[in-house]
Ligand binder design. Structure first.
Ligand SMILES: [Zn+2]
Length: 526
């Protein structure tokens, strides 16, 4: 029997997230979600207008995508209740809700490409069009007469943000149009892209911007416009969005803390921003330059996983509160709405429900893009443990510099090697016999003639370094082990992150089981 390393980090994270959704549904109100987890001064689950179009859409999306990651079928009743409520929600209780509902309707269409589900998307697109202003060759909800390059004015009221409710529409329709033809959607996405790029004044030359990456919808718009530009072969726009993303990365930490208020020092990170950053990096990695997968690997292994609340006792005040138990259960597995690069100290007032959906979606995006079949070649872009119909990846990071590939159906294989590994240190074996290797210019190991059932092992010395990084004028001493951060100094005061001494073992814990054997990928791809 083959022993496998217990390194299913993405799958375990998603499992906890799906549990947290179930703990956040109100049994007294047909499982209506609670948008707000109030933590202090009194822990309480609270309803709000966002329970409907926003939360129902995000949680159905999370179940559809999350199930593909785990291969499990838990919580079907909860999902079914949310699906029922979703179609009764008013998309224009707030324009943002129409956007989130559209993304989930696209998921539903990808899950089952029936006429009924296509109509559901097309009808919502009609409604969205009817709420917008159309001028020349663009369309918009809000327009700032002087353009928009400052965060001052819209703080606290996001309605005038030109990208706020439309970034997600562009993203949803870009994906939709990859799978079907829909002239009204195509016209709308073209018009919205033109508005953001040429009329809104958001991006300066070279893709620089100042504003709210998530709350203002800028990063969502970057991901969506990039996706559409790739689809239509618009190289100039691809370059502009790449620059805008590089600008975002410049203000983010190398381990994936992405500020919401970019330019607003000191910033705060929201998991929703991180999700859009990951989506953008994945698109760039797949279609423009594979070195963007280095970013995906680091952001996922670190801030995405650390932003999930695993220690409710650090976040909820001590005392005899009526809802303490219920809040602790809903908090465990939820994602932070505000974070510092080294702590969740700024997220102890409460937690929004959006980040829970976003955390699961972000995990899905990383997992989904880790293995890709393109023409006759199977690519392994990310070194996370997961199964697929082509190859199973067993990763020994962060414990050991090793991963193994069990071939299911991958005669030609290209495997990304971490950029900090030197070629001369790399040892590649097929069924325990060392083999000569070929590394491409893009630092992918190229293998051919692989047969089903063969096991390839790739060994290298694990990087162990401490690096000083400055963010928002603060210095952080960051201890890396491979692509994982295991410690950051200074520590957070109340809810410190990266307390990962448990990762500093030289051999991976091993398991006889393959708990996620059913995860093969599909039917929904993003
Ligand atoms: Zn959020």
């Amino acid at each position: 029997m083959l022993l496998r390393p217990s390194t299913y980090f993405i799958q375990e994270t998603v499992n906890r997230g799906l549990e947290a959704i179930s703990a956040r549904l109100d049994p007294e109100m047909d499982k209506r979600p609670f948008f707000w987890l109030n933590l202090s001064p009194e822990p309480k689950l609270e309803h709000s207008i966002w329970d409907f179009g926003d939360m129902c859409a995000r949680y159905v999306d999370a179940y559809i995508l999350g199930r593909q990651v785990t291969g499990y079928n838990d919580h079907l009743d909860d999902e079914s209740s949310l699906r029922k409520t979703l179609v009764t929600c008013d998309p224009y209780a707030h324009p943002f809700m129409a956007t989130r509902m559209l993304i989930t309707y696209v998921d539903l269409y990808l899950e089952e490409s029936s006429q009924e589900r296509k109509n559901q998307v097309d009808d919502l697109v009609k409604l969205i069009r009817s709420k917008m202003t159309f001028e020349e060759d663009y369309a918009y909800y809000f327009r700032q007469s002087k353009g928009w390059r400052s965060m001052d004015q819209p703080l606290g009221d996001f309605m005038p943000y030109p990208t706020y409710p439309i970034g997600g529409i562009i993203l949803a329709l870009s994906r939709y149009l990859e799978s079907t033809q829909a002239p009204e959607s195509e016209d709308l996405v073209n018009r919205l892209c033109r508005f953001v790029i040429s009329v809104s004044g958001i991006f300066e030359e070279g893709g620089r911007y100042k504003g709210h990456t998530h709350s203002g919808g800028i990063l969502t718009a970057i991901a969506g416009i990039l996706r559409w530009a790739i689809n239509t072969g618009d190289d100039e726009t691809i370059e502009l969005m790449r620059n805008a993303f590089d600008w975002t990365v410049k203000h983010s930490s190398s381990w994936g803390w992405v500020p919401d208020g970019l330019g607003d020092e000191p910033g705060s990170g929201e998991t929703c921003s991180l999700m859009d950053a990951l989506h953008t990096a994945i698109l760039l990695g797949r279609h423009v330059d594979p070195s963007y997968f280095d970013i995906v690997e680091r952001y996922t292994r670190n801030q995405l996983i650390e932003n999930q609340f695993l220690k409710p006792d650090l976040a909820i005040p001590q005392g005899d509160f009526l809802q303490r138990g219920a809040v602790a259960k809903a908090l465990y597995g939820s994602w932070a709405s505000w974070s510092h690069p080294n702590s969740l100290d700024n997220c102890l007032k409460g937690v929004e429900g959006c980040c829970l959906g976003a955390g699961i979606r972000a995990c899905f995006l990383a997992w989904d893009s880790a293995i890709e079949k393109r023409d006759d070649t199977v690519f392994v872009h990310l070194l996370f443990s997961r199964n697929s119909r082509y190859v199973e990846v067993l990763s020994y990071q962060p414990y050991e510099g090793l991963f193994e590939l069990i071939i299911h159906d991958a005669p030609k294989l290209c495997v990304r090697i971490p950029p900090w590994v030197s070629e001369r240190d790399l040892i590649v074996s097929v069924d325990d016999v060392q083999t000569p290797m070929n590394l491409s210019d893009e630092y992918y190991l190229e293998l051919e003639g692989m047969k089903n059932g063969q096991i390839i092992s790739i060994e290298y010395p694990l990087r162990k370094v401490e690096i000083i990084e400055t963010l928002s004028e603060r210095e952080y001493k960051v201890k890396w082990r491979g692509d994982s951060v295991v410690d950051i100094i200074p520590k957070g005061e109340k809810y410190p992150l990266y307390e990962r001494e448990w990762m500093e073992k030289d051999s991976a814990p091993m398991d006889l089981n393959q708990p996620y054997v059913e995860q093969k990928g599909g039917p929904v791809y993003w």
